[in-house]
Design a protein around this ligand. Structure first.
Ligand code: HEM
Length: 430
């Protein structure tokens, strides 16, 4: 089978490709162009995510194409030790324990540790948007990518002034690993990534020098290691920061963009959110299922393994199609329909499954729920621009909107006769 995720249908309508693979009796395919095995069924993706002995993580953060020699020589200088997504046992259980101890990851701890940060940053951005009554804005840079980045900077204790370069380094890493840059671009992105790694090493060096008394993540991780390299090394603290600065914002930015797109594309969804803020949690959950921010995730086989009727050889890179698994009719009724009140939406695999399950799931959900609720409350008349052209950045893992143009309108639908009539007509037609 041929799959080109960088152009054509996979970029504009990935669900139609997922459907084709799911409908095939095998559910597993070798994509020759990519050199990747595609695994699509919910049960198979779930098993592969959980079975870290057979489906290892060593190459999860390694580029999906053959890197040119010049870029490779730059990448070889990045001596960040694997700690989370690219680590396997025996390292991963130890570094994961450290991360869980220092980064809030249950709903209660997330609310207690990060609730105030999230609310402050949401208020800041929503107030800025609400002040632009009547303007057309692009919700991607002005809200969706900005919020999670500001939150993760606060959590790590990184100054706001560094936001521009961190955004550019993180975007660059995603394009370098899961995109299709040409050789000149590979070299540029590899150099940027090396600079980003040095920046993270510096952040940690500064905290070590200042006695790491603060309550930020880096200080907490340094206190946790308590000068004991068998618990966690200083380069591992820098590597955790290196990972969190990317994992903590590009993903949640995608969730916010998809949630706003789903909500605003169907006016009665937005209208329901403006009148029933309690509906935000279920709405976010169904967004995670229907339009995951990461819809493909890499693993590499450590032995020959049979999935369904297909045997995948040892040493093969596999793309676990989370987006397809979330639409598997064996698990979800009418999977291609978006139902904000679907009771089993929580069976999605968008945060992974098993030993590597996303540490930031609680934070991402809290951010999205508060953001949607506050936006719906303060800008109830928010609506998508009519000339909207959906397009996503070319990438095998991250499904990120390029733009989402909307008009700021702080009036309620009751104040706007045209909007009220439109909602009523849509509700009638539904
Ligand atoms: C909607 C938002 C998010 C999505 C869709 C998402 C998705 C994922 C996925 C698919 C994995 C791989 C899981 C596996 O291999 O089983 C993962 C791992 C991870 N995520 Fe997230 N993530 C999100 C938000 C966050 C946030 C906000 C943070 C931190 C601030 C974060 C930190 C991590 C880390 C550190 C890992 C690696 C865990 C490990 O290997 O043990 N993620 N995430």
């Amino acid at each position: 089978m041929r799959l080109n995720p960088f152009t054509g249908t996979y970029l504009t309508d990935p669900a139609s490709i997922w459907r084709r693979i799911l409908d095939d009796p095998d559910g597993v395919h070798y994509a020759e162009d990519l050199g990747l095995w595609l695994i699509s069924r919910h049960a198979d993706v779930r098993r592969a995510l959980a079975d870290v002995t057979t489906f290892a993580n060593t190459l999860t953060l390694a580029p999906v194409y053959e890197v040119c020699p010049e870029a490779l020589s730059v990448l070889m200088q990045i001596d960040a030790p694997p700690t989370t997504a690219a680590a396997d046992p025996p390292v991963h259980p130890r570094t994961r324990r450290a991360l869980r101890a220092t980064f809030a990851n249950t709903a209660e701890r997330v609310e207690a540790d990060y609730g105030a940060i999230v609310r402050r940053r949401v208020d800041q951005l929503v107030n800025r948007l609400a002040a632009r009554q009547g303007d057309q804005v692009d919700l991607i840079p002005e809200f969706a990518t900005e919020l999670p980045l500001l939150v993760v900077l606060d959590i790590l204790g990184v100054p706001d002034a560094d936001i521009g370069r961190i955004r550019s380094w993180a975007d660059g890493q995603i394009a370098l690993v899961w995109g299709q840059p040409d050789p000149a671009e590979q070299v540029r992105l590899a150099r940027d990534l090396l600079e980003f790694w040095h920046y993270c090493e510096d952040l940690v060096r500064q905290r070590v020098a200042s006695g790491h008394e603060g309550d930020d993540f880096i200080s907490r991780a340094l206190a946790y290691r308590d000068d004991d390299d068998t618990v966690l090394t200083v380069p591992e603290v820098a590597s955790l920061a290196f990972n969190l600065l990317v994992a903590g914002h590009e993903t949640t930015a995608g969730l916010l963009a998809h949630a706003l797109d789903q909500a605003l594309s169907t006016p009665q969804h937005w209208s329901a959110l403006t009148t029933d803020p309690g509906g935000a949690a279920a709405f976010v959950n169904e967004t995670l299922r229907f339009a995951p921010a990461i819809d493909g995730w890499l693993r590499v086989t450590s032995r020959d393994v049979t999935v369904g009727t297909v045997t995948i050889p040892a040493g093969a890179r596999c793309l676990l199609l989370i987006g397809a698994a979330n639409r598997d009719p064996a698990v979800f009724a009418h999977p291609d329909q978006f139902h904000p009140h679907r009771v089993d939406a929580g069976n999605h695999l968008s945060f992974g499954h098993g030993p590597h399950f996303c540490v930031g799931a609680g934070l991402a959900k809290l951010e999205a729920e508060i953001a949607i609720t506050r936006l719906a409350d303060s800008i109830p008349g928010l609506r998508l621009a009519s000339e909207q052209q959906r397009s996503y950045k070319p990438n095998v893992a991250f499904r990120a909107h390029r733009t989402l143009l909307a008009t700021i309108d702080t009036r309620t639908s009751a104040d706007i006769p045209a909007a009220r009539d439109e909602v009523a007509a849509e509700a009638h037609a539904a």
